[in-house]
Design a protein around this ligand. Structure first.
Ligand SMILES: Cc1ncc(COP(=O)(O)O)c(C=O)c1O
Length: 449
């Protein structure tokens, strides 16, 4: 190590990988691993490279689902800060006692989160928990019951956040009833929406259709607007397919929600920090949400850490919400260093955006099965269709592309019904990015024949 290119010594999964996978399926709950998941058994990792148990070396275009933005195994600056902190203080009941580390992290998060208003933070361990806290803050502070969320959204899998999630029916099968009071509305997906509006050509028309839907079909038929606590949204739908809405959408949405005193909750769990070239993806849309949730990359790829950053005047009363690991000193130190390093990487992400846009647009031009390419920064989605006119999903080709890429040493993850996300660690160099994009094209070619 470090590596210059992927090295495939044995067709994955190799013999050692097969054995781990066999034992895994005997011992670990079936629900976590889809049969379509890649047979990739990672033994170690460095920079942007995974090494599997059979010695194969792969380039990572997943950041381990948007967590390892700073690469592997741990960014040296984060590793140094964490190992020093280990000898000082790791856990000391941050929700019962006080520590200065969580206060420092809250100072930074409240200053970098969008919106010039005073804010506070609730710390947790995951994205779903960050959203559960947002649900409670919204209901408590407004004393309203209902929520609006978008079709295609993923906000988590605990019963509250699951009720906001609407990306795959399997997430909800047999779990009814989840939290009542959620109404789902179409997301302003420029490529695929119920009105067949081409949202790239006619963004304003798409925006108007979605807002009309909320005002007419929801507020005039289903729930009184003055009883809606909040609208939850992802600035770019992640699990739903890396869908980028029209730039003006959230500003227009905010005008509508402001009219009825409805809060805006921005789920940045998959997009923050830095993935889109800005610390928060919502910064591309010039709007300040009332509540922002984070997790995944926040802990620097070392510690599980979630945060709910909210307008100070929405605060809860003592005892109304808490947890055990919130305000964990070691996690706070990891996140502080992570934010510092990520800020330095933002210009590089903006630069690499051009490369991804150009190369993926070329792939779209060359291969008919590629229906749509969309993205910002290092957050790209490529959607596969059987026919460009009908836009019928082509999950089979998508799955083949992911597998053909693995065979060539590139790790990709699917999303949505027939899309692939390309989300490498933000530390990736231009040369490495080019290697990955070339392999991606080879895989699309192999899957298209
Ligand atoms: C946008 C978004 N919100 C929430 C979650 C849930 O996060 P976690 O798996 O940490 O609970 C995810 C996970 O993929 C996500 O992408």
């Amino acid at each position: 190590m470090p590596f210059e290119r992927p090295i495939i010594r044995v067709e994955p999964p190799g013999p050692r990988a097969r054995e781990v996978i066999r034992r895994h399926h005997e011992l670990i709950m079936t629900s976590t691993h889809d049969p379509e998941n890649l047979p990739l058994v990672i033994e170690r990792a460095e920079g942007v490279w995974f090494v599997d148990v059979d010695g194969n070396v792969y380039l990572d275009f997943t950041s381990s689902v948007a967590v390892n933005n700073l690469g592997y195994p741990t960014h040296p600056e984060v590793a140094k800060a964490v190992s020093e902190q280990l000898h000082v203080l790791a856990h000391a009941a941050g929700t019962d006692f006080y520590n200065p580390y969580q206060v420092q992290l809250a100072e930074v998060l409240t200053s970098i989160a969008p919106g010039g208003f005073p804010k506070k933070v609730f710390f947790s361990n995951s994205g779903t928990e960050a959203n559960e806290a947002a649900i409670k803050i919204a209901r408590y502070s407004t004393n309203r019951k209902y929520f609006i969320a978008f079709i295609g959204a993923f906000h988590g899998r605990t019963m509250g956040s699951l009720s906001l999630t609407a990306s795959k029916p399997v997430h909800k099968r047999r779990y009814y009833m989840t939290m009542p009071g959620v109404v789902h509305v179409p997301y302003p997906n420029p490529y695929r929406n119920p009105w067949h509006v081409d949202g790239y050509e006619y963004p304003d028309e798409l925006i108007n259709r979605v807002l009309e839907y909320i005002e007419y079909w929801v507020f005039e038929h289903q729930v009184p607007a003055e009883e809606v606590a909040a609208v939850f949204f992802e600035p770019i739908q992640g699990e739903g397919g890396y869908v980028v809405p029209p730039r003006r959408f959230f500003q227009e949405l905010k005008k509508l929600t402001d009219r009825y005193g409805i809060l805006l909750v921005d789920d940045e769990v998959q997009m923050a920090l830095g993935r889109t070239g800005k610390m928060f993806a919502v910064e591309h849309f010039n709007v300040a949400p009332d509540i922002v949730t984070l997790a995944k990359a926040l802990g620097g790829g070392v510690v599980p850490l979630g945060a709910t950053v909210f307008r100070k005047d929405l605060d809860l009363e003592p005892g109304a919400h808490s947890n055990t690991f919130g305000g964990h000193a070691l996690a706070a130190v990891a996140a502080l260093k992570n934010i510092e390093v990520t800020e330095r990487l933002l210009p590089r992400v903006a630069e690499l955006e051009k490369l991804f846009c150009e190369r993926l647009s070329e792939v779209k031009e060359r291969y008919q099965r590629v229906g749509d390419v969309r993205g910002l920064g290092l957050a790209w989605g490529v959607e596969f269709v059987k026919d460009r006119k009908t836009k019928e999903h082509d999950a089979k080709t998508r799955n083949r592309v992911v597998y053909e890429a693995l065979r060539r040493g590139l790790v990709l993850l699917g999303c949505g019904k027939s899309a692939i996300r390309l989300i490498p660690p933000l530390i990736i160099t231009e040369e490495q990015a080019k290697i990955g994009l070339d392999i991606f094209e080879e895989a699309v070619k192999a899957a298209s024949t």
